[in-house]
Design a protein around this ligand. Structure first.
Ligand code: FNR
Length: 188
């Protein structure tokens, strides 16, 4: 089946390696996954004061997640956690109380860093947040991408066969995870 996947890029950097990784993932994903970016850069900082009257950017985020059947997080690690901009977006989407956008939603997490263990701790931090939000996370395979110069072109072509195979497998597993979750009990 065809599934609509909304994806977050956790970095606001104009030269983000995680954005490059997201381009590679979109290229290598099964044909029957359709992708829409869930933009986070225009959101104000969340406050409960907005719960009775969400600003347009936050309404658009919740609408875009509602139009998705699954969510993918492609994010750097900041100080052994996730960037504040991504946490802010998740906080917006999780509210108002009783209208958590991630409830029962299939989700996957991946990230790139220049270092060796990069994003492993940040991904665990994100997984804790998504657990509380009751997302249905793919637990394996895990993917901690070490971004060395030349591994990707800027538009997301992967120059190394084993990395391309690994990322394609990751996306096929995500497709199958979505199918398992939604076949048992589709989101209404
Ligand atoms: C980092 N970086 C980083 N890397 C890492 O592996 N673990 C970490 O905890 C951190 N912490 C951190 C904090 C802040 C504020 C910055 C700006 C950077 C380095 C980070 O992996 C590197 O800058 C990546 O290039 C960030 O990903 P994007 O923005 O290029 O996608």
């Amino acid at each position: 089946s065809t599934y609509k996947v909304g994806y977050f890029v956790g970095s606001l950097s104009s030269t983000s390696i995680n954005r490059v990784l997201s381009r590679a993932l979109l290229r290598l994903a099964p044909q029957d996954l359709e992708f829409t970016e869930l933009p986070i850069g225009g959101l104000p900082l969340y406050s409960p004061d907005f719960d009775s009257d969400y600003p347009a950017e936050a309404q658009a985020l919740k609408a875009a997640i509602a139009a998705s059947q699954a969510v993918l997080f492609v994010t750097p690690e900041y100080n052994r956690s996730i960037p504040g901009a991504l946490k802010n977006a998740i906080d917006w989407a999780s509210r108002p109380w009783g209208q958590n956008s991630f409830d029962h939603m299939p989700a996957a997490v991946i990230g790139a860093s220049p270092g060796q263990i990069g994003t492993a701790v940040g991904q665990q931090s994100l997984r804790a947040v998504l657990s509380f939000c009751n997302a249905r996370q793919m637990t394996a395979p895990e993917a901690y991408i070490t971004f060395r110069p030349g591994l990707f072109t800027d538009n997301g072509e992967v120059t190394d066969d084993s990395t391309a195979t690994f990322l394609a497998d990751f996306m096929r597993e995500f497709h199958d995870h979505i199918e398992r979750v939604l076949t048992v009990l589709p989101r209404s």
